[in-house]
Design a protein around this ligand. Structure first.
Ligand code: NAD
Ligand code: WQD
Length: 337
């Protein structure tokens, strides 16, 4: 069992992963600045796991705070979720996105190196596949283009981490490329809780279902897909959380760098998700067809062979469970956490 530092552990994916890490017997320390999360998430992790959580409220840009954490705890590995993630916002605030995500990661790597901690699992994204690769996306495809600053932070951080691995063969680095994480913890205590108007499909549908918004705007129905709406590889956040445990185990016993897709390999359209959610909540979800959203692609889904071969990991849940768990969460937390 390892001592694991979890950056961004109060966030959507981080909080679910903390629950799984604790259940697996790891000793974890969370660092978060709550720029996009709430302290309540940490209390919910404690409630689910029945354990007191070690937590430091700090910004990963703060080198003194990082030094203090690494001095105090003997950290074997880091799972690095902390980052800003809103695609549209990144177009308007590129400097803030590059600084937070890239400088933050550099600060973290420096603190790790100074304390001889050389194992990291990084939250990358399917967005690194850009717009030119054909689906399904395979890890060996080129990843040097993106459509927005957020996506470029992931492309660049992957490159930085690869260069670190080349410079020092003792490093062990796993770049996890998530597809579209949705759903919630079975208890309904944890789930996605975005600030303001949701940018992403699933939290928007949740808010229409609960009556907070009148209808879903469907961004385009003239794509080359089975019903004309955009197709994505939605993955249950608990499957994703379990994927991090596998990646951590791998990093603890291997060196070098590996990029690994975490998806289901199956594509679902906007209307497929909407209808699955209607089934889960037993209500109609009103929608209107709108123009396409800038930067969107028709289809995005994973080839999942590598995760299976390297980690023995496969997604277990389909969109029915994702919708049922998402509905349970929003019903129990209509105003978020
Ligand atoms: P989230 O915003 O819920 O979680 C990120 C957490 O990091 C938040 O709690 C935030 O407060 C914290 N944070 C941000 N900057 C920080 C800083 N400088 N110092 C300390 N804490 C900081 O996002 P999420 O959906 O849980 O995503 C986690 C990671 O996975 C991110 O790196 C994101 O880019 C990546 N990712 C997310 C998705 C997705 O669709 N949710 C898909 C692919 C990749
Ligand atoms: C899904 C589908 C939309 C909202 C984003 C990031 C990506 C990754 C995951 C971090 C698309 C349609 C959406 C709405 C809609 N994040 N849609 N109405 O764009 O696939 O991926 O999150 O790395 O980088 O870009 O996710 O949930 O925004 O959209 O019709 O109100 O739903 O057009 O087809 P996306 P999404």
């Amino acid at each position: 069992m390892a001592n694991v530092l979890v950056t961004g552990g109060a966030g959507f994916i981080g909080s679910h992963t903390c629950v799984e890490l604790i259940a697996a017997g790891h000793d974890i320390i969370v660092v978060d600045n709550f720029s996009n999360s709430k302290r309540e998430a940490l209390l919910r992790i404690e409630e689910i796991s029945g354990k007191k959580l070690k937590f430091v409220e700090a910004d990963i840009l703060d080198q003194y705070a990082l030094k203090m954490i690494f001095d105090k705890y003997r950290i074997d590995a880091v799972i690095h979720f902390a980052g800003l993630k809103a695609v549209g916002e990144s177009v308007h605030m590129p400097v803030e996105y590059y600084h937070n995500n890239i400088t933050g990661t550099l600060m973290l790597i420096k603190a790790m190196r100074a304390h001889n901690c050389k194992k990291i699992v990084f939250s990358s994204s399917a967005t690194v596949y850009g717009v030119d690769n054909p689906v399904p996306y395979v890890e060996t495809m080129p990843t040097h283009t993106s459509t927005n600053p957020y996506g470029y932070t992931k492309v660049m951080i992957e490159q930085i981490l690869r260069d670190v691995a080349v410079s020092d063969p003792e490093w062990s680095i796993v770049l996890l490329r998530y597809f579209n994480p949705i759903g919630a913890h079975k208890s309904g205590l944890l789930g996605e809780d975005p600030n303001g108007i949701p940018n992403n499909l699933f939290p928007y549908i949740q808010q229409v279902a609960i009556g907070k918004r009148d209808y879903l705007g469907v961004f385009g129905n003239d794509y080359d897909t089975h019903d004309g709406t955009g197709v994505r590889d939605y993955i249950h956040v608990m499957d994703l959380a379990r994927g991090h445990l596998c990646a951590l185990d791998y990093a603890l016993s291997n060196t070098g760098v590996e990029a690994v897709n975490l998806g289901t390999g199956k594509g679902s359209s906007v209307l497929d998700v909407l209808h699955a959610f209607e089934k889960a909540c037993g209500r109609k979800i009103p929608y209107k067809i709108m123009p396409r959203r800038a930067g969107d692609i028709a289809r995005c889904y994973a080839n999942t062979d590598k995760a299976k071969e390297l980690f023995g990991w496969q997604a277990r849940y389909g969109i029915e469970e994702m919708c049922a768990d998402g509905w349970n969460f929003i019903q129990k937390n209509p105003n978020g956490l």
